[in-house]
Write a protein that binds this ligand. Sequence first.
Ligand SMILES: [Zn+2]
Length: 846
Amino acid sequence: MIPRITQHIKYLFYTLIVVIHLITFNTQLSAQAPKKMNSGEIYQDLEKLGFLGSVLYVAAHPDDENTRLISYLANEKKALTTYLSLTRGDGGQNLIGTEISELLGVMRTQELLMARSVDNGNQMFSRANDFGYSKNAEETIKIWDTEQVKADVVWSIRKMRPDVIINRFDHRTSGATHGHHTASAQLSFELFEKAMDKTAYPAQLKYVDTWQPKRLFFNTSWWFYGSEDKFKKADKSTLMSIDVGVYFPLLGKSNTEIAAESRSKHKCQGFGSTGTRGMQLEYLELLKGDLPPGKADIFEGINTTWSRVEGGEGIQTLIQDVVKKFDFKNPSKSVPYLIKIYLAIQQTKDPFWKEIKTKEVKDLIAACSGLYLEAKTNMHKATAGEMLNVDIEAINRLDADINLVSIKGKGIEVDTMTSLPLTNNEIFKWTKTTVIPENTPLTAPYWLTKKGSLGLYNVEDQAIIGSPETKRTLKVVFTLNIDGVEIDYEKEIVHKFNSPKNGETFRPLEIVPRLSVKVKEPVYIFASNEPKDIVLTVHAWVKGQSGVLSIPLPKGWKSNPQNISFTIDQKGESKDFVFSITPPSKGQEIYINPEIKSNNEVFTNQIIDIDYDHIPFQTVVQQSESKLSRIDIEIRGKRIAYVMGAGDEVPANLRQIGYDVDIIKANDISANALKTYDALVLGVRAYNTLDELKFKQSEVLKYISEGGTVIVQYNTANGLVTKDLGPYPLTLSRNRVSVEEAEMRFLNPQHEVLNSPNKITPKDFDGWVQERGLYFPDEWDVNYTPVLSSNDPSEKPSDGILLVAKYGDGHYIYTGLSFFRELPAGVSGAFRLFANMISIGKDVRP
Ligand SMILES: [Zn+2]
């Protein structure tokens, strides 16, 4: 035991504790169950306390990161290991729910944080937006606000001070993979020296210092060489390899098993992964700096001990000592030594390592003591000014010498406690009632609170850029006297409850506006002058609310009534209100933002909950918005038979413009049954997903020859159930036009499908979303008439975007245009063109 420090010296030391607000780290997740470490994990972290090396892994999306390498660096090398994902993955697909775009980005952010909590990495993001698929880095860089994204990469380097940077992708092969991927590597390569340059992004230097990393690697694999054979033969003089298959007896797992558990957190991508065991080589190609002579350790030749920090010389020995004496049965025996290390760290001069290692040693002191501190509330959503109950628990479950000096609120008033010894395994609980201060900020994802651009989130506060999530401000600070030294532990106030399904459940405490409003549908289609009902749902997040609800509209649109007064009595209660909206006589697309006026305040936000078991509950606050499309549209024909493929919303969209749509099964296709329909439409990827179609082709052709119309939407070139998609040969390619503004050329301007009943003009291709289309045919029989052509910048034209063929008395149309995206988005021109396709050949009918 070290001697008890006298009161005087204790205060002397206490004043030495410099709290650095300039840099804060992101390892602490909000509202997760507190980490409860066993002796094996504590021992690993004790060793980590003695390693002062940092590595930054750079890629573009959640799921790009190599969790084998991240886990190896964090758990075997014990380095501070950060994954910088330039985007939050908004543009991906969601395999487990309906969230897309920015809401998917919120989910994937949390999945990354869960992955890092498994592999012990740290997580950062830039402000770059995942705007969807991009063919090459040049396009990506153009769409991202490059200067801002560059600034964020430099910011990440200055903030995490990596000795080594590792790129996931090759910066030299633009076009070989997603443009975001190559761009991430190019930026990292280009900016390697920039973080050291005082003249680059000087405004950042108010918060962080300049920094020069020592080495830059590309985390290559045989995959990047085309084949394992080619990789075997390749020159490996600039490559080093690391066996990341190490086994951790303290954890009972191989590194590769931990990596698989981490990767399996990417559930909305369907990246469940099964662990492997045994040797597993990772290859690193040196891009900048010197190749480590041993070719096995990325930190070779770099000082990663406490001697790299001014004033830290003696700390290494102290740590070696505590590691050597660690008692797995009673880790609290280490507490006095850890207190000594804590005090020594407070005297070091490097604010970066001081902050990181202070947090590590504090966590170790708590873990070794079996200390459990908690501040919870029974409320999940609360509002500024509202009363809040806080239940506080403190217990010291081993025999370290701990006194509770005080409990204070941070961001909120909580009464100060009087001094109290925390005796072995005796539980202390208090309930406090307090008011949430009026100026408490909202807790919603910070990058979504202001509208950004296609390529960049709008975040102005430099200090929070890079943070994975919004920092919570309501905390309880426990000041403890541990072995004679006062140490503060901050605990975020969280919502905790018992779920019958999952047991003890933690959620973030959310600070929300007192009123929110949601529009029922994201898009309303007006195909005529007839009014439509629009339903608004108002939520009160504190009891006893009243206000006036309205939908501000531009000239030409009418709302009946103009506004509705309401009262809502209960907290959490919602009410629906209906407005009848009449559109103008001419076509127009508008966005509506309903508003509530209440006590001189205006509320325009909606609240969106994201609730899954594998990530913390998320609450997004966003402007409530819906699109109203008044479409100038004429239709011919009435009844449509629709065969669903992989799933799309096109049937509902066709009903919105006046068609009767029956969903039929592929098995029910027969020329006879289709006779009463004006068109048969096949849903997206029907010829990829419905095996039965290969037996039904003859009936489809019979239906056409007898005067029917068949419209086939996009299919992928691989995995077709039949090669005979139409009455005449056509071949699908992988050609796509992913730039949604790409010029559309009319190859055959007089064609019926461009003229009747709706005259299609270039204006009809305005406002398309995400892309023009995909998997266009690149070869077709002379009987097809190509009608439209387009291409992405500097690519060859695709002329097979819309192919029309006459067959017998009827028509066959194949189109890779993305109607399945454009119709749900209320794009007028897409509706008009689709109506023309259905109407083809029906001009003469009465
Ligand atoms: Zn990716």
